[in-house]
Write a protein that binds this ligand. Structure first.
Ligand code: DC
Length: 199
């Protein structure tokens, strides 16, 4: 069975939690595509050329230490604005999306560019303040700076020319600003279940 769930949205909106829960609930494979850009960003920070780093990416690179840090997120956002880096990562993501057995991919351009034919498209969002607070709870640091970094990353991800972050046309929006994790997951699961039933 080919069935793709595309989950896009800004940093710390809850995409990862929802994606993992949906994948576990329906037995689908899950790909956190942000990790691809984080791994490329880490290689570039260590001196690699961006496109070559993206083309040579290996599964083991996704397990590198420190990829979840704020700095790694900023480095990812910077390399993600380079068209050659994005192009190098397209085929892998498309193959993953259409693999047999169902797939959930979360990122910024899954419903718009990587898999516009996805059976379910979700746009998971929350206010910048709520998202910054979550990041700060998770990683600590200076709260005002975390908010500034969230805003900076939003502006870069939404403002770039190639595959900017925006909801796909038919995407269903889940705003998690005032939702518990359980409620957000329940909404996503219900939308996927309804689509599976209607096939
Ligand atoms: O989801 P994340 O915070 O791990 O993503 C890190 C950065 O990678 C994000 O700021 C922009 C980029 N990214 C992207 O451009 N396209 C994707 N599909 C996923 C992430």
């Amino acid at each position: 069975m080919i069935f793709t769930v595309a989950i896009d949205g800004p940093a710390a909106a809850g995409k990862g939690t929802i994606s993992r829960a949906v994948a576990a609930r329906f037995g689908f494979a899950h790909l956190d595509t942000g990790l691809l850009y984080r791994a490329v960003g880490a290689k570039v920070a260590a001196g690699a050329e961006p496109e070559a780093a993206a083309r040579a990416l290996l599964p083991v690179d996704l397990q590198a230490e420190g990829l979840r840090s704020l700095e790694a997120g900023q480095a990812a956002s910077r390399v993600a604005a380079l068209p050659a880096v994005r192009a190098a990562l397209v085929d892998f993501q498309r193959r993953f999306a259409r693999r047999d057995g169902g797939a959930v991919l979360d990122g910024r351009d899954i419903g718009t560019v990587i898999c516009p034919e996805a059976e379910v498209k979700l746009y998971v969002t929350a206010s910048a303040e709520v998202r910054a607070h979550r990041r700060w709870m998770e990683l600590g640091g200076d709260a005002a700076q975390v908010l500034a970094e969230v805003r900076e990353r939003d502006a870069r991800d939404m403002g770039r020319a190639d595959a900017p972050l925006r909801p796909a046309e038919e995407a269903m929006v889940i705003d998690t600003s005032d939702l518990s994790i359980d409620d957000a997951v329940a909404r996503a699961v219900a939308l996927v279940a309804a689509r599976l039933e209607s096939r």
